[in-house]
Write a new protein. Structure first.
Length: 548
């Protein structure tokens, strides 16, 4: 370089000084801009500190500084958008548990039944499972304190605790004995499954998976169960994402990669900060590219669930069945703080391969006309299908429309509009009250007190046989009616309306207590219209997706 400068008769030292000048002044300019912004931030911080100090000194009540500050942080982040959130320590722990697939404690879920806290779920391989706690166990004492009529929140707080510490429970076993048992359970970390159920639907080669969320371990759980179901002859898979509020993006994309060639575009992330602005592709060559897929969604399927369904829909890779999804298509990043609290900020938006946004549009209440390009190019059959979908979106008359890989038209309204709309029959107020108060479950526990061992002896691990052979007859329902009347909750007209639901739901709760989620889901499928719609639609899989 110095040789070039000599030939140009330019002193290298002069060039160095010039370069240094521009570099320094460039830095100073950026620093000046940053300084202005920093001054605004510093001033706002000092204002908050000043108000806090004045309130602490002069307010008529004694201030609880952590709670007041927490409320202020929540209000600040919520003013940005409803997905930017501040978490206190307990909330942040729960968020981390859901996202990582790990939890701390003993691993039980409890509900109050007849003023007694009852264990309704024991997480497999958790400390509670290892200690021998069971569904139906009644908790009478926690650490020597009576738990009768104790609030669930209080009990949860007493049972929770740091890993390595212990909790003492006095249990009355629901099934098999009336003796009281003492359990001293050491709290520890355990895996919190995101896959609730996975089995082959009876008399078919159709697999069924129910996913409650996407955690960092979801792809491992999916891969493991895909392999198991494939060995049993599965050639079609139903993925149930109803009520799945989302979770970890990487796990979602890894799960999707199972169904696509490597490097298939799955998602675009549009962000202001360019380090977050990216395109995400499938990570490996999927083993299940030929597997037929159906995805079940509802109004509570959000974020990662919508991405999963939307990507499959864009590539005509599977049928999407159910209700319009939640429309949560923004990206949040979580920051943790030294005191165990944390917060998340919305940093970007998702866009599926066809170019549609998942996030609910800001002008969603505005009425338009149909997309001219769609009107010119769509067939009469496609126009009819889209107009039927538009009726289900609240009567709007215009939406942008994109095409799938096979040329099918789909509405861009935020979220995912299913290929086939389906909803379950609604249950009436009597059924809702009986469910909310736990009377169905309490009755089933009372029934199983004398019948559980006999049922397990007869059906062993075969919940299919139970589903086909065991009948909830009218005598059983009359016993439940008498039980409900003893609780002063009954209405004969409403009972008649929902009688068949009672029959199936009571049977499903028995199956749940014998075989867990697999047994429960297997029984409930007979009532579940969305699952039945999926099973019927799979017979027309190729024609719906225009696969030739």
């Amino acid at each position: 370089m110095s040789l070039i400068f000599k030939r140009m008769k330019i002193n290298p030292k002069f060039v160095f000084l010039i370069l240094t000048y521009f570099i320094i002044n460039g830095i100073n300019l950026n620093a000046e801009l940053d300084s202005v912004r920093q001054k605004e931030i510093n001033f706002a911080v000092k204002k908050f500190q000043y108000m806090l100090e004045i309130a602490d000194k002069f307010h008529k009540d004694s201030l609880r500084i952590p709670e007041v500050s927490s409320a202020a942080f929540k209000a600040f982040l919520n003013s940005l958008d409803n997905q930017s959130i501040y978490y206190n320590k307990d909330e942040f722990t729960k968020i981390n548990d859901a996202n990582t697939g790990n939890s701390e404690g003993i691993g039980i879920e409890i509900v109050p039944l007849a003023d007694t806290l009852t264990i309704i779920k024991v997480i497999q391989h958790s400390p509670a499972d290892s200690a021998g706690l069971q569904q139906g166990d009644k908790i009478l004492f926690i650490n020597g304190q009576s738990a009768i009529a104790m609030a669930k929140s209080s009990a949860d707080s007493m049972i929770a605790g740091e890993p390595g510490t212990k909790v003492q429970l006095i249990i009355k076993r629901q099934f098999g004995t009336s003796l009281l048992n003492e359990y001293i359970v050491e709290r520890n970390e355990f895996n919190l499954p995101s896959l609730d159920a996975a089995f082959i639907i009876e008399n078919t080669k159709i697999g069924y998976m129910k996913l409650s969320r996407f955690s960092s371990k979801t792809d491992e759980e999916i891969n493991e169960n895909l392999a198991k179901l494939s060995k049993k002859g599965m050639n079609t898979l139903i993925v149930d994402l109803r009520g799945n509020l989302g979770g970890v993006l990487n796990a979602t994309l890894s799960a999707l990669s199972n169904f696509f060639p490597k490097d298939t575009k799955l998602l675009k992330i549009n962000a202001k900060y360019k380090d977050f602005d990216t395109v995400r592709n499938s990570e490996f060559e999927g083993k299940y590219q030929k597997l037929k897929l159906a995805v079940l969604v509802d109004k509570n399927s959000a974020s990662a669930s919508e991405i999963f369904a939307g990507v499959l829909q864009d590539y005509d890779r599977g049928l999407i069945i159910g209700e319009n999804t939640y429309q949560k298509g923004t990206v949040q990043r979580i920051w943790n703080m030294v005191d165990g609290t944390g917060f998340r900020i919305t940093i970007a938006e998702y866009e599926t391969p066809s170019g549609r946004r998942i996030q609910k549009p800001e002008d969603s209440l505005k009425h338009y006309e149909t997309d001219p390009a769609f009107e010119m190019n769509a067939s009469a059959e496609e126009k009819k299908r889209i107009k039927e979908m538009i009726k289900l979106t609240g009567g709007h008359t215009y939406f942008p429309i994109v095409t799938t890989q096979n040329g099918r038209y789909i509405i861009v309204r935020g979220g995912v509009v299913p290929d086939i709309q389906a909803v379950n029959d609604s249950i009436n107020i009597l059924t809702k009250v009986l469910t909310k108060r736990g009377y169905f479950l309490e009755f089933v526990y009372n029934f199983l007190y004398s019948q559980k061992d006999e049922l397990l002896k007869k059906y062993k691990e075969d919940f299919y046989k139970f589903n086909n052979e065991y009948k909830i007859d009218d005598n059983f329902l009359n016993d439940f009616k008498s039980f409900s009347l003893s609780k002063n909750v009954w209405n004969e007209e409403y009972y008649t309306q929902d009688k068949e639901y009672f029959r199936i739901y009571l049977k499903a709760l028995i199956a749940y207590n014998l075989w867990g989620e697999n047994g429960y889901r297997c029984v409930m499928m007979r009532w579940d219209k969305i699952v039945q719609t999926a099973l019927n639609s799979l017979n027309r899989y190729e024609s719906i997706l225009q696969i030739h």
